[in-house]
Design a protein around this ligand. Structure first.
Ligand SMILES: Nc1nc2c(ncn2[C@@H]2O[C@H](COP(=O)(O)OP(=O)(O)OP(=O)(O)O)[C@@H](O)[C@H]2O)c(=O)[nH]1
Ligand SMILES: [Mg+2]
Length: 449
């Protein structure tokens, strides 16, 4: 492989800042080996051979480390790379990075290692974006889907579609350039080919909704009157004393969000109890406004009422305002109910007790079912907004080409649309991309990746 770009040597801490078993400092660029030799006092480093030693700042020993040298092009970035594994302490990694920077490297920017890997053709743009997805995946399911793209599933599909369009374009060009020797393709053939490519792209776009859900997850708001036990249920679902619980009506004043992984990422929101009361203060009033907003934004609602008190007219008022949204009804404080002879206000409500945890597992199951309704088990192709925009643009050009072919228009004109369609697909894998778009993509990465 030819390394086409020469860059300054960069370095960064590649592991999260915090205490851990191991911390990794990554160096990439032409001076990586020179720097590593200088700060370790080693005579030589052999690519692919792990080396044990110390890192020094002058005479001062900084840490005992393992050095992993990679020679271009066989590295993550495609350049010479040295990774230093040290003890995972906040200051240890920082001290080693400081020595590396003093010795000739400059701090890496966000995503700069992966950007170099892309520029050095170690991976295409869809694979680079998959790395970012993989790192930030909120659920194990999305991580697995992202790994598929990292292995090139989306890129391979795009390549396949491109090949078809390219072949048709070539036949059109041959017909235009050598009219005596080569017949221009039949219009029926063009219609067939374009219809096929459009369908292939639609197949990827059909997965867009599910990949968005897998990426961003689903949001659910817990709603009800004050004191019915919303925060208690919130805590019970999270298995965490996250929200403050008291017997004072109006305890929760703000929206509290937490993530819950029940297959797909669920953002669970605890809200201020809704009431229309002259005695409420300004803070609670704002809290109630936020509650309403959360209901609007949520994909589905968990409506809570106090079963021991029964379904009151105030409960009904709140229920009526959410009933048109997908929802689950949780009848809380079941432990306080005198027997279960009372007629259930909702036949499919779940009786729970946040206090004794009765029914919480059943509630979780119901939430899971709700999530399943929104998110499919699996999605063949994971795409992000940028990739979806490229696919939509490609289909617009293909649709124009299709309608031109159906009207037997000049094939020269059809060819222009096909060229644009191909360019849109090239943007997905990064064969054609502007610096602005590229910077925008890698700016979202973390430092050290
Ligand atoms: N016995 C019993 N008490 C409960 C149960 N759930 C909540 N409580 C009590 O009810 C009171 C109110 O609970 P919260 O969880 O703060 O209620 P909330 O709906 O969040 O109230 P606001 O934040 O004021 O809207 C507290 O004293 C809880 O201990 C339950 O299942 N059984
Ligand atoms: Mg509360």
């Amino acid at each position: 492989m030819n390394i086409t770009q020469e860059f300054e040597t960069i370095a960064a801490i590649s592991t999260p800042i915090g205490c851990g078993g191991v911390g990794v400092i990554r160096i990439s660029g032409g001076k990586s080996f020179e720097i590593a030799l200088k700060i370790s006092g080693k005579k030589e480093l052999t690519a692919g051979r792990i080396c044990h030693g110390w890192i020094y700042d002058g005479d001062v020993k900084i840490d005992e480390v393992i050095i992993l040298p990679f020679k271009s092009p066989n590295s993550y970035t495609g350049e010479d790379v040295v990774e230093i594994q040290c003890h995972g302490g906040v200051n240890v990694v920082k001290n080693i990075l400081d020595v590396v920077l003093k010795s000739g490297a400059r701090p890496a920017q966000r995503g700069e290692f992966t950007k170099r890997a892309f520029l050095n053709k170690k991976l295409d743009l869809s694979q680079a974006e998959a790395i970012d997805d993989l790192i930030h995946a909120k659920t194990s399911k999305f991580a697995i889907q992202s790994a598929k793209n990292l292995s090139g599933v989306l890129a391979a599909k795009i390549k396949e579609i491109k090949k078809d369009i390219f072949e048709t374009s070539s036949r059109i060009v041959a017909g235009i350039d050598f009219p005596e020797d080569v017949q221009e393709p039949e219009y029926s053939y063009l219609v067939e080919q374009f219809t096929k490519s459009i369908a292939e792209i639609n197949k990827i776009l059909d997965c867009a909704k599910s990949s968005d859900i897998l990426r961003q997850g689903i949001t659910s708001a817990i709603v009800g009157r004050p004191n019915v036990g919303k925060s208690s249920i919130f805590n019970a679902l999270l298995n965490l004393e996250r929200a403050i619980v008291t017997d004072v009506a109006g305890t929760t004043r703000d929206v509290i969000k937490e993530n819950l992984d029940l297959g797909a990422a669920l953002t669970l929101i605890d809200t201020a109890g809704i009431r229309d009361d002259d005695n409420i203060d300004k803070v609670e009033e704002i809290g109630i406004k936020y509650s309403m907003q959360s209901v609007n934004d949520a994909d589905f609602v968990i409506f809570v009422y106090d079963y021991s008190e029964g379904f009151t007219p105030q409960d009904k008022e709140i229920y009526d305002s959410i009933k048109n949204k997908p929802h689950i009804v949780a009848a809380n404080k079941f432990d306080l109910a005198k027997g279960d002879n009372r007629f259930s206000d909702f036949p499919d409500e779940i009786k729970v007790s946040a206090y004794s945890k009765f029914g919480i597992d059943e509630l979780k199951e119901k939430i899971k079912n709700m999530i399943t309704k929104f998110s499919p088990d699996d999605t063949e192709f994971v795409t992000n907004k940028r990739q979806q925009a490229c696919l939509i643009r490609c289909n617009e050009f293909l649709n124009r080409a299709l309608s031109a072919a159906q009207k037997f228009e000049l094939q020269d004109m059809i060819f222009i649309d096909l060229k644009s369609a191909l360019l849109s697909l090239d943007e997905i894998t990064g064969e054609v991309i502007t610096d602005d778009i590229l910077n925008n993509i890698f700016d979202n990465f973390c430092i050290g990746k």
